[in-house]
Design a protein around this ligand. Structure first.
Ligand SMILES: Nc1nc2c(c(=O)[nH]1)N[C@H]1C(S)=C(S)[C@@H](COP(=O)(O)OP(=O)(O)OC[C@H]3O[C@@H](n4cnc5c(=O)[nH]c(N)nc54)[C@H](O)[C@@H]3O)O[C@H]1N2
Ligand SMILES: Nc1nc2c(c(=O)[nH]1)N[C@H]1C(S)=C(S)[C@@H](COP(=O)(O)OP(=O)(O)OC[C@H]3O[C@@H](n4cnc5c(=O)[nH]c(N)nc54)[C@H](O)[C@@H]3O)O[C@H]1N2
Ligand code: SF4
Ligand SMILES: [Mo]
Length: 761
């Protein structure tokens, strides 16, 4: 008998653990009730056994001595770091009593429900928010809701569905499926997918395509794994992707590289698009973007004249104020070149059997909560009145307005925050000081997390312990396949987010007791279109792809020709005109530009030249570290050793001009404040930019205030602004385009805590 483990089990790793948006199949090895080893599951078509460092280090994460193991109540003042153990019943009683009183006095919208990124959270948190009766579910701190939402909403508005680069991920047999074709080129636009598998896409799929012959075009201000292997690398000025996209459209139209048949048959507004992009000549665009004219021309030609080709885009597209517009322009690129929903192009990304756990768009909101839900929540939802586009595209509250309202109580008071899967002072919140003020202004904050962090220490009144993926029962329906997450171990009193929220929701909405006696009853209801129940899906291995026979709408390709996209079953797209809307009629209806346009970033040498003279470097924050997920994993020894310091990456010419060396500590500063960083020389950077990774706090330093794990000393979001969103309410934050300068920290200038060695302890 093998004594290394008692048994091994398979499940899906979807947060908490690696943290990411992906759905890797994993195998867990259990000994004495503890996970002792994690491996990628070689039989799982999503990852074929591949696993990143964070997944492999999950043993250290799940069994970490610092895990919060039972519910806690704050006993000292906020910031003193004093909490006492309470029972789950006591915790739920306290929350029920407080929220019942708030509802009576101020209305249910006075409680705001805050989540972080796309972990296994959208389902449980929206369920709790709407069961309690609040309208306010948001990613507070994520200025301009600037993560995937602008891109998602643009896709829904202009083409009626989401789309992603086709790496065969919608087929169980993957690259061996005879329907699949390889993209000739993949344009990797503002993303580094091997670092973090964003948006339900495994970065390694692109490597799989490259091995089979796909070539790359990479658009990124900083060299990456992929840019170094690209046929065309465009080193762009941060925040100018809109101008580049308009120029590429112009080139494609001028040179007649577009797909006439697709445009004539399926697109609406081509002539208007043609005239709007005319101004974006090569010379003008080259001056805006810093990219040589020839490079723009050659890359555009390669993409447009080699079909099929795909575009794979990332977060920086969302993190400019006119994100909706930039997204529209890039969508137009894959549409007019005839690359939508064709093998090897940008494939329409439907969930398996169209099953949703969580409303990505307002249609899905109605599907889950019934017809009247949008009208009900929009009466009070922050931002719904000001931004008609936001009010109709997705059900989140507008974060920049929410933080202001938490401070000034206008137009109605917000008194309590439920924070689940977000460490606002560790990573999510731009303009961290403003968010500190807002959360300290709340009467009652509940945080559901696995570890203490700067946010729990600063402002939690109750802390509830969350379970890792290995401890929880859940399901995943984000694109494909449909997957179960099955519990294998138990860590003290930790519970899954679904279990916590369902139980609390029942206290405010007793009908739920009969409707969903257990969480499995809820799952069975949601996954019904697949024909499986929890038990039958588990018995068949825990994951499934839909087939042409069972659900053609979720199966590629050319669904617009088959009549598999529109609710009326007619050919065409799920848009008001039934066509791809290069001119967006929904944009027009909701009061935003129907055609794409470009504006300068909020702070830039062109837009704010005086500020630029003072702060001449563009601070590009948040490039992903493969060993951390946002603010997570700084406390995981196997991971921290790979990336131990809060860095600023600087071009050698800038270092020389400023008299700083590799390894020096510097202040990165602007009018909003300063943060301490360690210099890393990086000759691949554009000299006008510095790269500042986000999510930094030091779990090895003191947690209570005023230190709060050093977050106020090193978190780069002290420097980033809020309130930069534009006409749609989405986009902005200047996370990639904030101006700054560097200044060497003189030894006598400031107490220098032992940041060099502390992490090794
Ligand atoms: N400067 C800068 N800031 C940024 C960005 C940037 O590029 N630059 N990126 C922004 C983006 S795109 C995003 S999406 C946000 C993300 O920001 P967040 O999603 O808030 O990420 P974290 O800071 O890691 O906070 C997550 C917290 O939730 C806990 N947690 C993890 N998984 C679970 C779970 O399943 N259940 C529960 N209950 N808790 C869990 C973790 O322990 C951690 O404390 O950050 C934003 N912040
Ligand atoms: N390991 C790990 N994985 C993660 C995360 C994590 O924190 N850690 N976070 C997750 C989340 S919530 C998200 S949203 C995604 C984000 O992941 P991505 O979409 O990959 O976004 P970033 O890492 O911010 O930036 C990607 C690349 O864009 C470049 N870039 C910066 N500014 C610009 C610009 O203005 N234009 C262009 N063209 N390029 C630019 C950066 O140099 C970087 O190489 O990652 C997810 N995956
Ligand atoms: S980051 Fe990628 S490899 Fe790691 S767990 Fe997530 S999907 Fe899997
Ligand atoms: Mo994100």
């Amino acid at each position: 008998m093998n004594t290394k483990y008692d048994y091994r089990v398979k499940t899906t790793a979807w947060s908490p653990g690696p943290g990411c948006h992906g759905g890797c199949g994993v195998e867990l090895f259990v000994k004495d009730g503890k996970i002792v080893k994690v491996e990628g599951d070689y039989t799982h078509p999503w990852n074929h056994g591949r696993a990143c460092s964070r997944l492999l280090a999950c043993t250290q994460y799940i069994n970490h001595p610092d895990r919060i193991r039972w519910p806690l109540k704050r006993v000292g003042e906020r910031g003193e770091g004093k909490f006492e153990r309470i029972t789950w019943d006591e915790a739920f009683d306290l929350i029920e009593a407080k929220w019942t009183a708030l509802k009576e006095q101020y209305g249910p919208e006075s409680v705001i429900f805050i989540q972080g990124t796309g972990r296994d959270i959208g389902g449980p948190i929206s369920f709790l928010c709407y069961s309690y009766g609040s309208s306010n579910w948001t990613q507070l701190g994520l200025a301009g809701q600037s993560c995937y939402t602008p891109r998602l909403c643009s896709m829904v508005a202009t083409q009626g569905d989401f789309a992603v680069a086709d790496c065969s991920q919608f087929f169980e047999k993957r690259f061996d499926d005879p329907r699949y074709k390889l993209p000739k080129y993949i344009v990797i636009w503002a993303q580094n997918p091997v670092a973090g598998c964003p948006d339900a896409f495994q970065g390694h799929w692109i490597v799989d395509c490259m091995r089979r012959g796909t070539k790359l075009i990479v658009i990124d201000p900083r060299a990456t794994f992929f840019s170094s292997r690209a046929e065309h690398y465009l080193q762009i000025r941060p925040g100018t992707d809109g101008a580049l996209a308009l120029c590429m459209l112009n080139l494609i139209i001028e040179n007649d590289w577009y797909d006439h048949e697709f445009v004539e048959k399926w697109c609406y507004g081509f002539e208007q698009l043609k005239s709007t992009v005319k101004d974006y000549t090569l010379s003008k665009t080259s001056a805006i973007t810093w990219i040589p004219q020839e490079a723009i021309y050659e890359a555009t030609k390669a993409y447009a004249t080699n079909s099929p080709s795909a575009i794979h885009w990332g977060l920086p597209i969302d993190q400019v104020p006119e994100a909706t517009s930039v997204s529209n322009a890039i969508i137009s690129l894959w549409c007019i070149t005839g690359n939508l929903d064709v093998p090897g192009g940008n494939v329409i990304a439907r969930n398996a059997w169209d099953i949703t756990q969580y409303p990505y768009s307002t249609d899905q909101l109605k599907d889950i909560y019934g017809e009247g839900i949008l009208e009900r929540i929009n009466k009070k939802r922050v931002g719904a009145e000001r931004y008609k586009y936001l009010a109709n595209m997705r059900s989140w509250g507008q974060p920049d307005m929410a933080v202001q309202q938490m401070i000034d109580g206008n137009p109605y008071p917000i008194k309590s925050a439920w924070i689940q899967t977000s460490n606002l002072f560790g990573g999510q919140a731009a303009d961290m000081r403003k968010h500190y003020k807002a959360l300290m202004n709340m009467e009652f904050n509940v945080i559901v997390d696995l570890f203490h962090n700067p946010t729990t220490m600063a402002c939690a009144d109750i802390v509830l312990p969350a379970a890792s993926f290995a401890e929880k029962e859940s399901f995943r329906s984000w694109y494909q396949p449909l997957q179960l997450i099955q519990p294998n171990v138990q860590v003290d009193e930790c519970r899954s987010d679904w279990e916590i929220n369902l139980e609390l929701a029942k206290r405010f909405n007793p009908i739920l007791r009969e409707k969903y006696p257990t969480f499995k009853d809820f799952v069975n209801e949601r996954i019904k279109p697949s024909g499986y129940t929890w038990d039958t899906l588990k018995a068949e291995g825990g994951w499934k792809y839909p087939t042409m026979e069972s659900w053609p709408r979720s199966v590629p390709y050319r669904r617009h020709e088959r009549g598999d996209l529109r609710p009326d079953g007619q050919p065409g797209f799920r848009t008001p005109t039934g066509k791809i809307e290069l001119y967006s009629t929904l944009g027009e209806k909701y009061g935003i530009h129907p055609l794409p346009f470009y504006v300068e970033p909020p702070e830039s040498e062109v837009r704010t030249p005086e500020l630029f003279r003072k702060y001449p470097l563009v601070m590009v924050t948040g490039r992903r570290s493969p060993v951390f997920f946002h603010s997570e994993h700084r406390n995981i020894p196997w991971l921290r050793v790979c990336d131990p310091y809060p860095l600023v990456e600087v071009h050698p010419d800038v270092m020389k001009a400023l008299g700083i060396d590799h390894g020096d500590w510097v202040w990165v500063e602007n009018d909003r404040g300063r943060v301490r960083r360690k210099v890393k020389e990086n000759p691949s950077m554009h000299p006008g930019t510095v790269s500042v990774p986000h999510g930094w706090w030091l779990p090895e330093t003191e947690g209570k205030g005023p230190n709060f794990y050093a977050a106020w000393d090193i978190n780069c979001n002290i420097l980033t602004p809020v309130d930069t969103q534009s006409e749609s309410g989405y986009g902005g934050g200047a996370y990639k385009t904030t101006l700054c300068r560097l200044r060497k920290i003189e030894p006598d200038e400031d107490m220098h805590p032992n940041y060099e060695e502390g992490w090794k302890k």
